[in-house]
Ligand binder design. Structure first.
Ligand code: ZN
Length: 500
């Protein structure tokens, strides 16, 4: 009677599912042993759950073989069960041969007792590896095709998204966590440090490590792009909805890499807002602009041949502000204007109200947890140590939520003050013009002087209007506010833009 041990192993979950289960292998080996008169002295091997390398399991078997010299054979269902890697499997076979142990493949009856047998088994291993490699290639090219088509079909699901469908049919939707991640990007743009963002997120109920946050803020997936090593550095437009716009995402990257500080809305003042708006009083030619690079000084000039009207930008801008300062919004129009600004800024307010509701919900949740913990302590379900630690942890979370809530409510009460502030700025046309983005500057200019304004070289100033015309200008502004609010200091960004 020959003594043997049986080796079974699956290296991946997929192998197990594909009919190569441990039970199946074991059955085949046992049947083979019975038919060929082997006495089974033990079982070795493992499952996909064990360590990825067969090392420790093999050592166990080597040890048993050394201890029991009567074991002369190892039965495996198929030789590649030792390892899918030819080199590794060959080493194992050679190692066992040195100990005079013969490997028998149950599926084919081939064994390593002869040189031919050894050759055949190693050849089979090579074939198996080649086949395996082939399968991986097929798998990879399928994935690559998906990625190149803008479908992120990986097993991992980025936080903040729900995944639907499979392979090329994969789609994503933004979930509640995704909405919080959108806030994280906004907070980063506002200049918050990562640890502040982590605290804020925690207050809203999303716990996250520093590494995870960094990973999220640098992951272009959230800006609708796909980056993958299979795409070799190419950035592909994905089919997933954006959580942050790509331009904002790039700004966040700049902030993270320290290239720019916090991104400020219109950090640089527009260089030539009056280009084409101011006309030469002599010939009504719109001014063009240029810079004397040597001195880095900006000029406006009349481009008409022979007309040498030429003004420094500094002067033209300053005089424009001075002119605007002479126009005051009449008293009767002020309440209307105030009302309009308040409405414009309401969307900001709405966002804060949503935040407040979310935070209050979180607060209630933790208060309930705290209460439940107290009850469990009271009834003796948990001991004092556990109670104290849990209590502390919940309290800490609550403190964080309270802090965030207080800030949120402060911002809500600030709303009225902010409206007043913006109103004040809007009443001062000069500072409104000076502090706006180019787009708003130009809108304002066109609103005030739809046909442009003349620059008179002789008096070194703009040609001024009489009182009536000034009043009509104001009326025009008020009408514009009422009719197309979104058109003039637009929507919710007005606050940032006006106060910058
Ligand atoms: Zn001219």
């Amino acid at each position: 009677m020959k003594n043997c041990v049986i080796w079974t192993r699956v290296s991946t979950k997929r192998q197990e599912d594909n009919g190569g289960s441990l039970d199946d292998q074991r059955c085949k080996c046992e049947a083979f042993a019975k038919q060929n008169g082997y006495n089974i002295k033990g079982y070795f091997g493992g499952t996909h759950e064990s360590a990825k390398t067969p090392g420790p399991l093999l050592k166990e078997m080597y040890h048993a073989i050394k201890k029991d010299k009567t074991i002369s054979h190892i039965i495996v269902s198929v030789v590649d069960r030792f390892s899918r890697n030819v080199g590794q499997a060959s080493t194992i076979i050679d190692e066992l041969l040195k100990q005079n142990v013969v490997i028998v493949e149950a599926a084919t009856s081939i064994d390593t007792s002869t040189r031919e047998g050894i050759m055949m088994i190693k050849f089979k291993l090579t074939l198996a590896e080649w086949d395996n490699g082939n399968r991986t290639d097929k798998f990879i090219s399928g994935r690559k095709h998906c990625l190149e088509s803008g479908v992120y079909c990986g097993a991992a699901k980025p936080l903040g998204y729900d995944k639907h469908g499979k392979s090329l049919g994969t789609t994503f939707t933004i979930n509640d966590k995704g909405k919080l991640i959108a806030k994280a990007f906004r907070w980063k743009l506002q200049g918050l440090a990562n640890h502040q963002i982590i605290n804020k997120l925690a207050a809203y109920g999303l716990e996250m490590s520093k590494q995870k946050l960094h990973h999220i803020l640098t992951n272009p997936f959230y800006a609708g792009k796909i980056r993958h090593k299979m795409l070799e550095g190419k950035l592909v437009d994905g089919n997933q909805p954006c959580i942050v716009s790509y331009s904002d995402f790039l700004r966040v990257q700049d902030i993270l890499s320290g290239k720019t500080g916090v991104y400020k809305h219109q950090k640089e003042t527009p260089r030539f807002p009056l280009k084409r708006h101011v006309l030469c009083s002599k010939d009504h030619t719109p001014f063009t602009a240029y810079t004397v690079k040597r001195k880095n000084i900006d000029y406006y000039k009349c481009n008409l041949n022979g007309c040498k009207t030429n003004v420094s930008a500094k002067k033209l801008h300053y005089k424009y502000e001075e002119l605007l300062r002479t126009y005051n919004i009449p008293k009767v129009l002020k309440p209307i204007l105030h009302d309009i600004i308040s409405t414009m800024m309401l969307s900001d307010n709405e966002e804060q109200r949503k935040n407040e509701r979310l935070l209050k919900k979180q607060k209630t949740e933790y208060l309930n947890k705290l209460k439940a913990c107290k009850i469990r302590f009271g009834t003796g379900d948990i001991d004092e140590d556990v109670y104290r630690i849990t209590n502390e942890e919940y309290q800490e979370k609550l403190d964080n939520i309270e802090l965030e809530l207080a800030q949120c409510q402060k911002e809500l009460s600030n709303h009225k003050e902010e409206v007043d502030e913006v109103f004040l700025i809007c009443c001062k046309l000069d500072s409104l013009w000076k502090n706006s983005s180019l787009e708003i500057e130009q809108k304002l200019q066109n609103l005030l002087f739809p046909n442009g304004i003349l620059w008179d070289k002789e008096i070194d100033n703009y040609r001024t209007f009489d009182e009536n015309e000034a009043l009509s200008v104001i009326a025009r502004i008020s009408r514009s506010y009422e009719n197309k609010k979104e058109d003039f200091p637009e929507g919710k960004s007005s606050k940032v833009k006006l106060c910058a």
